[in-house]
Design a binder for this molecule. Structure first.
Ligand SMILES: Cc1ncc(COP(=O)(O)O)c(C=O)c1O
Length: 403
């Protein structure tokens, strides 16, 4: 079966944050302001959702659910948990227990809930930067302190410095480690060996791990994603994993995710936190879409990742030819490209300004991703090739390319 990843769908006027909202996110000019005035229509390659329609099987299931006509209070069905568990088992080799699944309204809200519920005020939360900027807000807004472990970029690939990680884990005030696997924005899908070393450190120092695995299904052809919870080690069995289909099948607006807690006493505690937030049940349309996605969305996802990989190659070739000073950090997962502009000879703010106002393209300024992010920009390539090509052409023009 073939799927359409080339039709351009106009999202303007739908309330899409990426296209419509005038919000000053991540230190960049708000689109409403920056894109006012004359010039070609703006192109937004920012926030991690896709410019592509969800899988036909998901759309059909949600349409059927709408036709049912009643949308009362709903809990996840047994099929929901079974389909989620089966997906992890068949795609990623994790025997994720179906009864370990709790649901919530999104991974970011889940992280707020977990930090608030598990870390005392003033406690410390370990993050690995550069990282998805809302992680910093989650920690700060809960009155906690973010401890930053800066990832090391070596030969075009990020790695963890385990000696430093061990020192940070040894701090008795450390309440939680938020592992981003695969990692946004560096594109690393951590290997089994790396995850085992993390699990050993967490066990040795009694640190609770929360694994944000929302990008886990978005694996580049030839690469592999290892769920942290699939490791047969005590800290992995005790880990809390956030996963779901919001990134995988472009369903983020449906506001549904799993919080997977195999450890029964911890699960009871987190279930109580969920009830304490009054966050009861699921949206029935989301539920139907997720079940269909897990059951039937595999071929679509495989085709999507071939398309994303093609877009990655397109950008790599484009940079080689037109902007050779800009380097692409090759991703193992996610549809986000992390581009290194440090050798271009322009200050990051100048690059951001030119891309936004001259090219009328929006990309994310790496400075917002914390330590090690300055001089990098993140580009979302989950879009039709023609849209990406036009954006790259305009960016090259604004930055003074080879041609
Ligand atoms: C690492 C990471 N976690 C969580 C989210 C957002 O998840 P949700 O939409 O379920 O809150 C994103 C979105 O970009 C992300 O990159």
């Amino acid at each position: 079966m073939t799927f359409d990843f080339e039709t351009r769908i106009d999202r303007r006027g739908t309330g899409a944050i990426k296209w419509d909202r005038t919000i000053a996110t991540h230190g960049q000019a708000a689109p409403g302001e920056a894109f006012a005035g004359d010039g070609p229509p703006p192109i937004a390659l920012t926030i991690a959702d896709m410019e592509l329609a969800s899988p036909p099987a998901v759309l059909e299931a949600m349409t059927r659910r709408i036709a049912h006509g009643i949308f009362g209070y709903t809990l996840p069905t047994p099929e929901y948990r079974a389909a989620a568990a089966e997906w992890q088992r068949t795609r990623h080799g994790w025997d994720m227990p179906a009864d370990a699944i709790l649901t919530f309204h999104g991974v970011v809200p889940a992280l707020y809930l977990l930090v608030r519920g598990l870390v005392p005020p003033g406690g410390k939360v370990l993050l690995q930067a550069p990282v998805f900027p809302p992680f910093f807000d989650v920690v700060r807004r809960n009155g906690c302190e973010a401890v930053i472990d800066e990832l090391v970029l070596e030969d075009g690939r990020y790695r963890m410095d385990f000696a430093r990680l061990e020192r940070l884990f040894a701090d008795p005030a450390l309440g939680l480690f938020v592992l981003c696997n695969p990692h946004n924005p560096t594109g690393r899908a951590w290997t089994r060996d790396e995850l085992a070393r993390v699990a050993e450190l967490a066990q040795r120092h009694g640190v609770q791990v929360v694994a944000d695995e929302i990008h886990g299904d978005l694996v580049m052809p030839g690469c592999r994603f290892t769920p942290f919870g699939s490791l047969d080690l005590p800290a992995a069995r005790k880990a809390i994993t956030c996963n779901g289909l919001s990134k995988t099948m472009n369903l983020a607006g449906l506001a549904l995710c799993n919080i997977v807690v195999p450890d029964a006493p911890l699960r009871e505690r987190i279930a109580a936190l969920i009830m304490g937030a009054g966050a009861f049940g699921v949206n029935p349309i989301s539920e139907a879409g997720f079940v269909a996605g897990w059951r039937s969305g595999g071929p679509w996802l495989d085709a999507l990742m071939r398309h994303v990989d093609g877009n990655r190659r397109f950008v790599a070739d484009f940079l080689d030819e037109r902007l050779p000073a800009v380097r692409l950090v090759p991703p193992e997962a996610t549809y986000l490209l992390w581009l290194d502009f440090r050798n271009l000879g322009l200050a990051p703010d100048e690059i951001g300004e030119r891309v936004t106002t001259r090219a009328r393209v929006r990309i994310e300024n790496g400075a917002a991703f914390g330590a090690g992010g300055a001089g990098f920009f993140r580009v979302n390539v989950a879009c039709p090739r023609a849209m990406l090509a036009e954006a790259m052409e305009r960016i090259a023009g604004a930055l003074g390319s080879n041609r």
